[in-house]
Design a protein around this ligand. Structure first.
Ligand code: ATP
Ligand code: MG
Length: 229
């Protein structure tokens, strides 16, 4: 199936139960995300947000219902195409014990140093460049990054990546309100032609999203624009 620079997602009545669990983590859930739309997925801990994101990446397949990407079933995409169609910033971002450059370049092998530096600047991490620039060593044997810094490295990877679909799992957790606001504003501008799903449990910054979905116990219980909710 062909790569596309667009991404619409359709989840049709999906249910998913983890192996050995008595209750479904996702329960008859239907959700459509149009190409170019920025949505927020909200809900209390354990309601199934990360599970939903993982189903969208095909970490698992739902036992019931179907997921479509650009009107094609997700399971007909080969792995390589899927990886080019979507980029994920998960709740725990993996940082390699390597240079800053190494940690970013995997998202955009063609990117120049100045593009990598600009991405770090956009996520408020240019201070990391002060001593050794992109050669700065991070992770084991180097500078240990805080949780908030790790997530912003993930965000920098996401904005460097060419994928039309960006999936973010609590990307601003642990950041102060100012930094969070700055990053959400940057995302809205920088990713305006991309499709974005952002999981969050924070209410701040939701005005920058086109649509908000509230989940509870594996279901969407409310949806609307920031003004409507
Ligand atoms: P949080 O806001 O804390 O990240 P969440 O909304 O992302 O929560 P999920 O991680 O999707 O919630 O979990 C949904 C439900 O599925 C929870 O009851 C959780 O305990 C369960 N669950 C999650 N991962 C697994 C797993 N690998 N095996 C079994 N059950 C799991
Ligand atoms: Mg989660």
């Amino acid at each position: 199936i062909a790569l596309s620079s667009e991404a619409s997602v359709s989840l049709n009545d999906i249910s998913f139960t983890y192996h050995g669990q008595p209750f479904p983590a996702i329960n008859n859930l239907t959700l459509q995300i149009a190409n170019g739309e920025h949505i927020a997925l909200l809900g209390r801990t354990g309601c199934g947000k990360s599970t939903l994101l993982q189903l969208m990446t095909r970490a698992w397949d739902p036992q019931q219902g179907s997921i479509q990407l650009n009107n094609q079933p997700l399971n007909i995409y080969d792995e390589a195409t899927l990886r080019q169609m979507m980029v994920v910033v998960s709740q725990r971002v993996h940082i390699f014990s390597a240079t800053l450059r190494d940690n970013l370049i995997l998202a955009a092998p063609q990117a120049s140093d100045s593009e990598l530096e600009s991405a770090l600047d956009k996520v408020g991490l240019s201070a990391l460049l002060e001593q050794d620039g992109l050669n700065a060593w991070v992770g084991e044997g180097g500078r240990q990054l805080s949780g908030g810094e790790q997530r912003r490295i993930g965000l920098a990877r996401a904005i460097l990546h060419s994928a039309p679909l960006i999936l973010l799992d609590e990307p601003t957790e642990g950041l102060d309100a100012d930094t969070e606001n700055q990053i959400l504003t940057m995302l809205k501008q920088h990713c305006q032609h991309k499709t974005v799903m952002m999981i969050t449990h924070r209410l701040s910054g939701l005005d920058k999203m086109d649509r908000i979905y509230v989940m509870d116990a594996g279901e969407i219980i409310e949806q609307g624009t920031h003004q409507q909710l």
